[in-house]
Ligand binder design. Structure first.
Ligand SMILES: NC(=O)c1ccc[n+]([C@@H]2O[C@H](COP(=O)([O-])OP(=O)(O)OC[C@H]3O[C@@H](n4cnc5c(N)ncnc54)[C@H](O)[C@@H]3O)[C@@H](O)[C@H]2O)c1
Length: 263
């Protein structure tokens, strides 16, 4: 039987992390590097991504950075060609946006853009993983949200829709690729104190929309743990899912939400 140290060790493995420049992605990079994993990092934010990479390299792992927008399938396919995806053992589809917009003002272009980032990019990244890792297998960790199961805040229909799509995609691919050497799960973060949520909170406060402010208050009241989570608390679960600690976890939704969904 392997020791816990051996199970969690990712030395010799290589992982892609999307949205690696900020928040949860940045925290995942730190934990994977600590576990000895080589990294291929992607984001749109160039300078921040390079800083994250610099910190990871201090752990003596190899780190490459690719700056591009995940909204277009062609760019995702090009990226996999450039990195020669055969060497990728782990894929973490973490990048995402949470723009607030009233349902009645949604138009096709807006919802299309949200879906491109939050759902279609995950689909194309998974497709490339299966293409390049045929006969080799690998691990995929996708990012949904508790909002997909329990829509709690106003003006986030487009977000919930994309995130429930990620859950459906994960379950479908788990059925199809489980017997082909792949393990694939979805993490459902609750309220996590990241750059993204801080920016969203500032925008809500600036607009002074009473409904959104009361949603935020009620959201906090409902969390049994009584506080927001830290990016590292999600990163530790992502690391566990990538590792031998989770060898029989497949097709699952894992809330990391301080008990929000249970309350
Ligand atoms: N923080 C939370 O409370 C929370 C809750 C539920 C789900 N999530 C999910 O967890 C994931 C990470 O959230 P976070 O709070 O760390 O976000 P964040 O905004 O702090 O970081 C997201 C990163 O993704 C990158 N990104 C966004 N759009 C991109 C695009 N088109 N192409 C390339 N990169 C892009 C951003 O540049 C950013 O660095 C997201 O999928 C989010 O939906 C977060």
């Amino acid at each position: 039987m392997k020791t816990i140290g051996e199970l969690i060790n990712l030395k010799g493995k290589t992982a892609i992390v999307t949205g690696a420049a900020n928040g949860i992605g940045k925290a995942i990079v730190a934990r994977l590097a600590e576990a000895g994993c080589n990294l291929v990092l992607t984001d749109m934010a160039d300078k921040r991504l390079n800083n994250v990479a610099r910190l990871a390299r201090e752990r003596d792992v190899e780190v490459e950075c690719y700056t591009f927008d995940l909204s277009e399938k062609e760019d995702i396919d090009d990226f996999w060609g450039k990195i020669d995806g055969k060497g990728i053992d782990i894929l973490i589809n973490n990048a995402g946006i949470y723009p607030f917009k009233n349902f009645m003002t949604l138009d096709y272009a807006y919802i299309d853009q949200v879906m491109k980032v939050n759902l279609y990019s995950v689909l194309w990244m998974c497709q490339n993983m299966f293409r390049y890792r045929k006969n080799r297998g690998g691990v995929i960790v996708n990012f949904g949200s508790i909002e997909a199961l329990l829509p709690f805040k106003a003006d986030l229909t487009q977000y919930s829709l994309g995130k429930i799509g990620v859950i459906a995609l994960t379950r479908d691919l788990a059925r199809e690729y489980g017997g082909k050497g792949f393990r694939i799960n979805t993490v459902l973060p609750g309220g996590i104190n990241s750059n993204g949520t801080r920016t969203a909170a500032k925008t809500v406060l600036k607009k002074f929309k009473v409904g959104l402010i009361s949603d935020a208050y009620n959201f906090m009241q409902r969390i049994p743990a009584g506080r927001l989570g830290k990016p590292d608390e999600v990163a530790c679960v992502a690391l566990m899912l990538c590792s031998g600690m989770a060898s029989y976890m497949h097709g699952a939704m894992i809330p990391v939400d301080g008990g929000f969904l249970s309350a």
